[in-house]
Design a protein around this ligand. Structure first.
Ligand SMILES: [Ca+2]
Ligand SMILES: [Ca+2]
Ligand SMILES: [Cu+2]
Length: 223
């Protein structure tokens, strides 16, 4: 499995290209007339149809705008594919506040899986990569060596305070999306021709396993 992140990282640029367009920087953020800390907590809900294997996760997230202009993002999730990094992003539409939402199972379409691109009309492009270290731009969308890992029980905890959040306007217009499902439970994101789900490619590129990019959890204030 150690090889997988390297291979996938090489494709991060195309991932960002496919979903990005969210690179324009702008200074707007949640304005709170009281000057108090604005904190938003919401549930993360399973994105996939119930018959997609290993997709029954749940979670919570908190987006807290600190008085110093920093933004603290917390993600806690249960039931994820264990012992694997999970790409996570703030998704949304940069610019004017736009209510986006999370895709439901109906967004899966004929192939029975909600892919990244199936979800994009709902949650928009990537504003911020919720990496644990280093770059947080859309270019790090699939930098799996820098995302939080689930433990052996599929539990994941993530918290990071951002000094500069590209594309962020306010917590009411972003979706937190967590990616990655080990459909065949072999402990890695990889192609497995023998498995009906793990054999598939990501909607972002034929060389990327669907397992690595498929959305598993989504949540936001707008929904
Ligand atoms: Ca689909
Ligand atoms: Ca797998
Ligand atoms: Cu994402």
């Amino acid at each position: 499995m150690r090889n997988a992140p390297r291979i996938i990282a090489a494709t991060a640029a195309s991932f960002a290209l496919a979903l990005g367009g969210a690179t324009a920087a702008y200074a707007g953020h949640d304005s709170n007339p009281s000057g108090k800390v604005a904190s938003y907590s919401y549930d993360l809900n399973a994105v996939q149809p119930a018959d997609v294997p290993e997709s029954r996760a749940s979670g919570t997230t908190r987006v807290k705008a600190l008085p110093n202009g920093k933004l603290q993002v917390t993600v806690e999730a249960w039931g994820l594919s264990p012992n694997l990094p999970h790409a996570m992003h703030l998704h949304g539409v940069p610019g004017e506040a736009t209510d986006q939402a999370c895709p439901g199972p109906a967004a899966a379409g004929a192939d029975g899986v909600v892919t990244v691109l199936d979800g994009a009309p709902f949650y928009g492009g990537i504003l911020t990569s919720l990496t644990s270290t280093g770059d947080v731009s859309p270019a790090s969308a699939l930098a799996l060596d820098r995302f939080a890992m689930s433990d052996a029980d599929g539990y994941l905890y993530y918290q990071r305070t951002f000094t500069d959040v590209p594309g962020y306007t306010d917590a009411g217009t972003v979706q937190v999306v967590v990616h990655g499902i080990d459909f065949d439970r072999n402990g890695m994101y990889a192609f497995n021709p023998a498995d009906p789900f793990s054999s598939r490619s990501s909607s972002l590129g034929a060389g990327i396993p669907l397992e690595a990019t498929v959305p598993v959890l989504c949540g936001g204030i707008a929904n």
